[in-house]
Design a protein around this ligand. Structure first.
Ligand code: HEM
Length: 463
């Protein structure tokens, strides 16, 4: 009996020693320094409310490239313009990979879409193909403008029917923006009242929220048994999104005619046929791509527009200045067009400031090192997960005095009436994994924002 207890204690001690040594041992020579944290749990930074703000604070002590323990694993944190550019642009090939993320694999074990896919040959072929096809279908091109404007008109009519009564605009803006990506990919738009559409957008939000809630379990696998309900819920939400996209693919299969290619799905199916469902082109890959586009194409732009309205409500004088610029340069008889952009520099500057201030993507998605590399003089071993804090680019007081003040003049040169470009402004990230929807998002943001500002004055409801 005594010897058994002794043996168990010995094994426990060995285990604790192994975990502790593993925890404090740097993954390679000349690895970036950082706070130590506790074995198994890691740094307390990962438990803070706004991780990106904590990471930014830590960089003041450890520099623009440092390491943090997340659970038993290490992450490299990259902060500030020079270090982020070195990682994404100068050494973009070295850091183009994504780590396998358990939280995404819950609903998609193969992760063969775009957003969370590894940087292999199949991914590069798929991303190139998707980019070219989406561009061909009008993604980010002025030829697609009329589709966006049609969708905006439906939204504005909806607002007009609710004039002078308090209105919750968030859900309707989400549905309107989502319809644009649905038109390109699925070849159809949905009515705002369509129960399936409402359900899918609601599912998307809940999925997002759940992912954020259980994100820390990516690294802390030993905690997963305590979060079974949340994990199952997250997996089911993701699977529902996949099922919805699968249904769109099945509908397209039923009506597929290679002489009449209607939309993105048809183009992908034709390519898959040509490639005999290989090389990263099959229904499962397409399903993941559609989920990525549906989620990325809705959530980001819609959230920015919701921020835009909130900031205009809080800054009525800026809202008025934007309105007058539009009234003088576009008039009130038609909606603004992309061509008007060059005549609306203050409106454009206001939009850029909204993006800077709201910073809806405070960090990039996780990157990982494809090969042994370096960053700001430190060694980074192959496979290391790297997190880039975009917040640090948009809220650094050295670059943006009083960063918490909303001020479109940061982007507006009143003496020349032109938009000021800032090198460190990167809301869509940069390099090999930068946002695939940048052009579309920019067009959407301009057309939605300028049209809403032209047609309505947004205020807080009385009381
Ligand atoms: C205001 C709107 C948007 C913002 C601020 C935004 C921002 C971002 C950011 C920061 C990333 C991560 C890049 C990285 O990891 O380095 C990203 C990735 C991505 N975005 Fe966007 N995005 C927006 C709109 C869109 C739209 C409209 C679409 C398309 C439908 C889209 C599709 C994607 C895709 C597919 C990726 C993954 C790219 C890859 O992993 O290779 N985004 N976006």
């Amino acid at each position: 009996m005594f010897s058994t207890i002794l043996l168990i204690l010995l094994i426990l001690m060995l285990l604790i020693t192994w975990v502790t040594i593993r925890h404090y041992k740097a993954p390679c020579k000349n690895f970036p320094p950082g706070p130590w944290g506790l074995p198994l749990l890691g740094s307390s930074a990962y438990f803070s409310k706004h991780i990106y703000k904590t990471m930014w604070e830590l960089s003041k002590k450890y520099g623009s490239v440092y390491s943090v323990k997340m659970g038993p694993d290490c992450r490299v944190i990259v902060v500030g313009s020079d270090a982020i550019k070195e990682c994404l642009v100068k050494k973009g090939n070295d850091y183009a990979d994504r780590p396998p993320l358990w939280v995404f694999q819950l609903s998609n074990p193969h992760a063969y879409g775009i957003t969370s896919a590894r940087f292999d040959d199949a991914f590069q072929r798929r991303r190139r193909f998707c980019h070219t096809t989406l561009r061909g279908l009008g993604f980010g091109k002025t030829s697609f403008e009329s589709k966006i404007t049609e969708e905006i008109s439906v939204l504005l009519d909806h607002f007009k029917r609710k004039l002078d009564i308090p209105l919750e605009v968030k859900d309707i803006i989400n549905r309107s923006v989502s319809n644009i990506i649905c038109s390109i990919t699925f070849g159809k738009r949905f009515e705002y009242t369509d129960p399936e559409f409402i359900y899918m957008i609601d599912t998307m939000h809940k999925w997002f929220a759940m992912i954020q809630k259980i994100f820390r379990l990516n690294a802390m696998a030993f905690l997963r048994p305590f979060y079974k309900n949340e994990i199952n819920h997250c997996a089911n939400l993701g699977k529902n999104l996949h099922r919805f996209c699968r249904q769109q693919i099945d509908d397209h299969h039923a009506k597929f005619n290679e002489d009449n290619i209607r939309d993105f799905i048809d183009t992908y199916l034709a390519e898959a046929q040509k490639r005999h469902n290989s090389d990263g082109f099959c229904d499962e890959d397409l399903q993941s791509v559609l989920v990525d586009l549906f989620v990325a194409g809705t959530e980001t732009t819609a959230t920015t527009l919701n921020w835009a309205l909130l900031l205009m409500i809080l800054h009525p004088s800026i809202q008025e200045k934007v309105f007058h610029e539009i009234k003088e340069n576009v008039g009130m008889n038609r909606l603004p067009k992309l061509d008007d952009r060059k005549h609306l520099p203050y409106t454009e500057a206001t939009l850029l400031e909204i993006q800077r201030f709201a910073c809806i993507a405070p960090y990039t998605l996780s990157h990982s090192a494809l090969t042994d590399s370096t960053l700001c003089g430190y060694n980074i071993p192959k496979g290391m997960v790297v997190l880039l804090i975009l917040w640090s680019l948009h809220h650094d007081p050295k670059l943006w005095p009083e960063p918490n003040k909303f001020d479109p003049n940061r982007f507006y040169d009143a003496s020349t009436g032109t938009v000021i470009k800032h090198e460190s402004f990167m809301p869509f990230s940069a390099g090999r994994r930068m946002c695939m929807g940048e052009q579309l998002a920019k067009h959407e943001l301009f057309l939605y924002f300028s049209s809403m500002m032209q047609q309505f004055q947004f205020t807080i409801p009385p009381g």
